[in-house]
Write a protein that binds this ligand. Structure first.
Ligand code: PMP
Length: 322
């Protein structure tokens, strides 16, 4: 018998999928870790689970307690599922720029959701800072603090990174992924480098994010913008501190959109926007490295979360991206 004991036990151990059309085009093996197949539908189920489990072990989260988080959506969705499965309450602070699908889903899952204006991190009312303040004012509540809580990258070091290493039999030349908190990128990069320092680790970055300029020049500069959600940052989070970074690749929205539509039409994969950045970067890297290499990236979530935007021709046309 092979039975998963509830939601929590079903997190992780996702397939590694060869992206056939991109592999054939580049002569490289371009592989996507299928995180959209987690039970909560995204890569963030892993971080959410580790954050809650570590708080339980530390005794900071007691029965009937509340998990509070500022999130672009997927971490909140993962937390809300796990809170239901474990009997906790969940309070989510989300910027009002995020897709309605994610906000509606959070409410359906039973989380209390507060949408707030999207303001920069330096502002005291930034959604992340606000969530921390609210948690500190509540009884029996924890702040998940996904950006700076290292339980996040530990989840990816101990599970995602190890799984990728085992699924490829260690035959992997490069790892490339965009970062939101950086937990996925950093945890996997650290695990892979510990197994083989020759594995190249690259940050993929959308326009409007500061990681690309940080890697290339040492200073964070923000230029342009992106319709992708859940990725890009204007600071180095605790989860990114000390993570190995060999290089960075910047991918613009037109490229990312072409990639997600090719994934849909040629590979049968219905993916979210950050996957366009990730696979776009994997393809760019394949062209840099030349044929014969194995490049792994992450398929963070599915396209249904972005039906009204990325998969809505009218919305794309309004953004000049038709
Ligand atoms: N893609 C999507 C759709 C996400 O929601 C997130 C998390 N915000 C990421 C990528 C990046 O993951 P991480 O926080 O581990 O860097």
């Amino acid at each position: 018998m092979d039975i998963k004991h509830g939601f929590v036990d079903a997190v992780g151990n996702t397939p590694l999928i060869r992206l056939n059309s991109f592999s054939e085009e580049t002569g490289c093996e371009i592989l996507g870790k299928a995180e959209f197949l987690n039970p909560g539908g995204s890569v963030k189920d892993r971080a959410a689970l580790y954050i809650i489990q570590e708080a339980e072990k530390a005794g900071t989260l007691q029965p009937g307690g509340t998990v509070v988080e500022g999130t672009a959506g997927n971490t909140g969705i993962g937390l809300a599922h796990i809170c239901n499965a474990k009997g906790y309450k969940c309070l989510i602070i989300i910027p009002d720029t995020q897709s309605q699908e994610k906000i509606d889903l959070l409410r359906t899952l039973g989380a209390e959701v507060r949408t707030v204006p999207a303001v920069p991190y330096r502002d005291a009312n930034n959604y992340v800072k606000l969530s921390g303040r609210l948690a500190s004012e509540m009884e029996n509540a924890i702040w998940a603090n996904q950006f700076d809580n290292l339980a996040n990258r530990r989840a990816h070091y101990e599970t995602t990174g190890r799984e990728i290493w085992e699924q490829t039999d260690g035959k992997i030349d490069a790892w490339v992924a965009a970062t939101g908190t950086g937990g996925t990128y950093a945890g996997v990069a650290m695990f892979l480098k510990d197994q083989n320092p020759q594995v190249r680790c690259l940050v993929a970055d959308p326009m409007g994010s500061g990681l690309y300029s940080y890697v290339k020049t040492g200073t964070i500069t923000l230029e342009g913008s992106s319709i992708t959600e859940g990725i890009g940052n204007s600071r180095i989070t605790a989860n990114m501190e000390g993570a190995p970074i060999d290089d960075a690749i910047q991918i613009d929205d037109p490229t990312a959109i072409k990639v997600v539509y090719q994934l849909l039409q040629k590979d049968g994969l219905f993916m979210g926007g950050s996957v366009g950045i990730n696979v776009g970067a994997a393809v760019a890297l394949a062209k840099q490295m030349g044929p014969g290499h194995t490049i792994v990236t992450v398929l963070c979530d599915g396209g249904s979360r972005y039906q009204s935007r990325l998969y809505n021709p009218q919305w794309l046309a309004e953004k000049g991206l038709a």
